[in-house]
Design a protein around this ligand. Structure first.
Ligand SMILES: NC(=O)c1ccc[n+]([C@@H]2O[C@H](COP(=O)([O-])OP(=O)(O)OC[C@H]3O[C@@H](n4cnc5c(N)ncnc54)[C@H](O)[C@@H]3O)[C@@H](O)[C@H]2O)c1
Length: 454
């Protein structure tokens, strides 16, 4: 049993703290947010993450997991101090490391004995060394090493991913420190790769940028598929069967979102530019991703001419299923675009309405379920692929809608089934625009002429 402190009780820190406690360690979770700590002490996770609540309660009860806002209480005696604070985008798209700096300043005075500082936050290359220099400045007597241990978990399956990592990356200048962190992870039975600190920091950015690139790649292919009449889903399947390519992250849709990919690609591009490189590929990946949100508007314009006065229902607000995180969510961008075109928006999400309310306020009418969203709507947009949207009673949905138009931004429905039900259905890159056009001509009774008529 080791003594750990984890700083920052967000998606990464809270998962790290509860999982390490569950592996038998004594863990103190530290956050500067009083309300988060209060809630965690009561066994209520401030975020939605499948399986987290049960794990939290079990380890609180067993006395292996405690929470505090006090560095003075949390740091002394800790053998490992994990940093998992946020690194949001700064003014120019760079990763803002003010919370990392602040945490290093705050923890330094309380280090006792030898401590390994393990950085899990996604940080610009060189931050590991910066953390070390801050601690040395604040507490010249401190005995410590810094290890970079980037996190690869995905929201929505954070506990599973933490417990079953594909690999553990450890960057250290002192191999003994890396060895200690490796031992701590031994129960996970995962392959470990040990590098220098800078290389470990870069592995995280390069991994996220590569996954984001795959998504933008398939979205570009989807746009071509729509024009030439091919089906991107089958294209991706056919590509993914090639072992050199693999099937993951080849789903065409409204593009990537969330608290990692957009900000990490942007931060990497910024870092590249400030070091004299010209990150053309990364910039294009971001451009394609932003354009992808506009596909919804384009399709609705094709059908209705103008969006002014339309009632558009949005299914899903979180950036992906099984999370309440709406940071950089495609749904939020799409909603802003719809509103700027004069549409009225109503929306539903199984868990993310409270988070969405914080960013959208009352710009949107929030509904209790998908059927309420559909009632009287001119069009529906599927923005997040929650399982419950795949099981909807589509006959009922169609009866409730004023016009049976669906833009399926996540390709969760089969075009032929949707046409059979009489929907003016658009997927992303499914290549059946002509069929949608025919149904639109027959069903849309609106004074605005259809673009197809021109
Ligand atoms: N969310 C993910 O899926 C994910 C995955 C891999 C890596 N990451 C990276 O991990 C880091 C954390 O991400 P997150 O999504 O968990 O962040 P988050 O915003 O959910 O949580 C960060 C927490 O840190 C706390 N905090 C800020 N300053 C603090 C301080 N000085 N002392 C103590 N607590 C402080 C905040 O109150 C907040 O609770 C980021 O660098 C992110 O890029 C995130």
């Amino acid at each position: 049993m080791k003594r750990l402190c984890v700083i920052g009780m967000g998606y990464v820190g809270l998962t790290t703290a509860t999982c390490f406690a569950d592996l038998g360690n004594h863990v103190v979770g530290l956050d500067i947010d009083d309300s988060k700590v209060e809630s965690l002490r009561a066994g209520v996770p401030p975020i939605y993450e499948p399986g987290l609540e049960e794990l939290l309660r079990r380890n609180l009860k067993a006395g292996r997991l405690t929470f505090t806002t006090s560095y003075e209480e949390a740091i002394p005696g800790a053998e490992f101090v994990f940093l998992a604070v946020g690194t949001p985008p700064g003014w120019e798209g760079e990763a803002d490391i003010k919370y990392v700096r602040a945490a290093a300043e705050s923890l330094a005075p309380y280090l006792t004995g030898y401590t390994v500082i393990v950085n899990k936050s996604t940080v610009p290359i060189g931050t590991g060394n910066l953390i070390a220099s801050i601690i040395e400045r604040v507490n010249p007597q401190a005995k410590f090493d810094v290890v970079s241990n980037p996190e690869f978990l995905r929201e929505g399956s954070a506990i599973h991913d933490f417990m079953n990592p594909d690999r553990i990356v450890l960057g250290a200048s002192n191999p003994e420190a890396a060895e200690r962190v490796k031992e701590l992870h031994a129960p996970l039975n995962a392959p470990v790769i040990v590098t220098d600190i800078r290389t470990a920091e870069m592995i995280k950015y390069a991994s996220n940028a590569f996954l984001a690139t795959r998504i933008s790649f398939i979205n570009e292919i989807a746009a071509i598929c729509d024009q030439v009449g091919a089906d991107v889903k089958m294209v991706a399947k056919g590509m993914g069967m090639d072992k050199r390519i693999g099937p993951a992250f080849l789903e065409a849709g409204l593009g990537f979102g969330g608290s990692c990919f957009p900000k990490d690609v942007e931060a990497l591009a910024h870092m590249a530019a400030t070091h004299g490189c010209h990150p053309q590929l990364l910039r294009t990946v971001m451009d394609i991703n932003q354009d992808q949100r506009r596909v919804v508007i384009q399709r609705l314009r094709e059908v209705f001419g103008s969006l002014d006065g339309l009632v558009v229902g949005v299914l899903g607000l979180s950036f992906k299923p099984n999370t309440d995180d709406v940071r950089a969510a495609p749904a939020i961008d799409v909603i802003h675009l719809l509103l700027s075109e004069g549409a009225r928006v109503r929306a539903y999400d199984p868990v993310a309405i409270n988070s969405a309310r914080k960013v959208l306020d009352d710009l949107v009418e929030y509904c209790e379920n998908s059927y309420e969203v559909a009632r009287g709507a001119d069009a529906l947009v599927v923005a997040t692929e929650w399982n419950e949207f795949k099981q909807l009673d589509l006959v009922r949905i169609k009866e409730l809608m004023r016009h049976p138009v669906i833009v399926d931004g996540r390709n969760i429905y089969e075009p032929k089934t949707m046409f059979g039900l009489g929907f003016v259905y658009f997927g992303i890159g499914r290549g059946l625009r002509r069929e949608a056009e025919l149904i639109a001509r027959a069903t849309i009774k609106r004074e605005i002429p259809l673009k197809f008529d021109k």
